[in-house]
Design a protein around this ligand. Structure first.
Ligand SMILES: Nc1ncnc2c1ncn2[C@@H]1O[C@H](COP(=O)(O)OP(=O)(O)OP(=O)(O)O)[C@@H](O)[C@H]1O
Ligand SMILES: CC(=O)N[C@H]1[C@@H]2OC[C@@H](O2)[C@@H](O)[C@@H]1O[C@H](C)C(=O)O
Length: 392
């Protein structure tokens, strides 16, 4: 880790991301001071800008494996970049302009690296659309994008990237914490209390599905009328089917040792179809099915903590859209027994905009030539600078 080097003048940065839920572009306008141990971020504005419906549909189809031509790919890349550039411009209205944008883009494909014999690896592959050069061109603001490839280039997973930012924004002097993102996919950052060698013990990984299967199931059960189960109300009226949860938990991903990453390629439409097929003998109601899928998210997270963490954290802080799913939160609290489950809002960082904030911080780090990956979370052999800089 780099020693802190205070930057006195706040950097005004826009962070942008659309995650695996493809529910819209999260934009955060922040003021950043400091770098790592002295890092401070003030959220001036945060907003989610929904994609145009047809663009969202096309993105989801590509994520689900639909073939497209190179021409269509180029069009989609630019349509996403345009939507991101508009989000960057809109979030600044009424504020002094930003001097930097950090844009994650839209993941449409992610393949983790694979062992290929002793000491050899097939590099991972990851593709985020919404090219940074177009965002810089349209906004006139220097834009950092394509954050994942430098980590992948040295053999890492290129994900999760947020744990390093979590470590500097959410550590505590006396308390060990897990920061649990509940997006389409779940991930965690484990942050020990800030004692002697705490930095070397921080780790993270993707826990598996969080809302991805729930959202797809809701769309299927409502014939497209709804895209998610608000506050988890529908699931809350059902009962989890534990034999199914046990069966689904045997999936190889949950038993892989970290560092590990995943996506909709593994926990998407095909997996959900299998879940519905597995559920047939049990004749579950729609509410029971949603409760059972919720329980898979809960059980996979808790199994992951108990199996792979050096010790259970003293507190868990949730973020991402799933932190608004009251049923999911309640089930997680029940399964984690005495470990209190809160949201990152309660630790001073917006649960809704933490990922967008993180990409603003990663752009800030890139500008200062500070590495952005956490090798214990991505599996990279060393730290690297993340992101390509496009001058505005
Ligand atoms: N009030 C709510 N009740 C239940 N679920 C909600 C609520 N609000 C948001 N969600 C869930 O959160 C999802 C969006 O979460 P989020 O924006 O954190 O995901 P993401 O960033 O796209 O995913 P990832 O972190 O995997 O990249 C929605 O698709 C929905 O399932
Ligand atoms: C390839 C990719 O886009 N991965 C996402 C996804 O969504 C959650 C989880 O899987 C995480 O690994 C990652 O996003 C966050 C922002 C990260 O890199 O920390």
């Amino acid at each position: 880790m780099y020693s802190s080097q205070a930057s006195a003048v706040p950097n005004r940065v826009v962070g942008l991301i659309s995650g695996t839920s493809v529910d819209g572009i999260d934009a955060a306008l922040v003021e950043i001071t400091g770098t790592e141990l002295d890092l401070k971020v003030e959220l001036l504005a945060g907003k989610t800008y929904p994609y145009p419906a047809d663009l969202r549909e096309r993105i989801l189809a590509v994520c689900a494996g639909e073939a497209i031509s190179m021409l269509e790919l180029a069009h989609m890349d630019d349509a996403i970049a345009l939507a991101f550039a508009q989000a960057a411009q809109n979030i600044q209205i009424g504020y002094q302009p930003a001097n930097l944008i950090g844009s994650h883009g839209q993941t449409v494909y992610h393949r983790p690296p694979k062992e290929a014999g002793v000491g050899k690896k097939n590099l991972g592959y990851t593709l985020q659309l919404g090219r940074g050069e177009m965002i810089a061109y349209l906004t006139g603001i220097t834009t950092v994008s394509n954050f994942r490839v430098a980590d992948i280039a040295v053999g890492g997973h290129g994900a999760p990237l947020v744990p390093r930012v979590d470590a500097f924004l959410l550590s505590h002097p006396h308390e060990s914490r897990c920061i649990q993102n509940l997006g389409g996919i779940g991930n965690l950052a484990y942050i020990p209390a800030r004692t002697d060698d705490w930095l070397s013990q921080i780790c993270g990984w993707d826990t598996g599905p969080s809302n991805s299967l729930l959202d797809l199931a809701v769309e299927r059960l409502t014939a497209g009328a709804k895209t998610y189960d608000e506050d988890g109300q529908w699931a809350a009226s059902g009962t989890p089917c534990y034999p199914l949860v046990e069966k689904w938990l045997t999936h190889e991903y949950f038993h892989l040792s970290p560092p590990k990453s995943t996506g909709r390629e593994l926990f998407g439409v095909a997996y959900l179809n299998q879940c519905f097929q597995d559920a047939e003998p049990y004749q579950l109601s729609p509410a029971d099915m949603l409760a059972t899928l919720t329980e898979l998210t809960v059980a996979s997270i808790v199994h992951s903590y108990r199996t792979f963490l050096p010790q259970m954290p003293q507190r868990v802080f949730l973020c991402g859209g799933g932190s608004r799913n009251l049923y999911l939160k309640q089930r997680l609290q029940l399964a984690l027994e005495t470990v209190p489950v809160l949201t990152t809002d309660e630790a001073g960082v917006s649960a809704d905009f933490k990922e967008a904030i993180a990409f603003a911080v990663l752009a800030h780090w890139r500008q200062l030539a500070i590495p952005g990956n956490l090798p214990t979370a991505t599996g990279a052999p060393h730290e690297v600078l993340l992101g390509e800089i496009h001058q505005g």
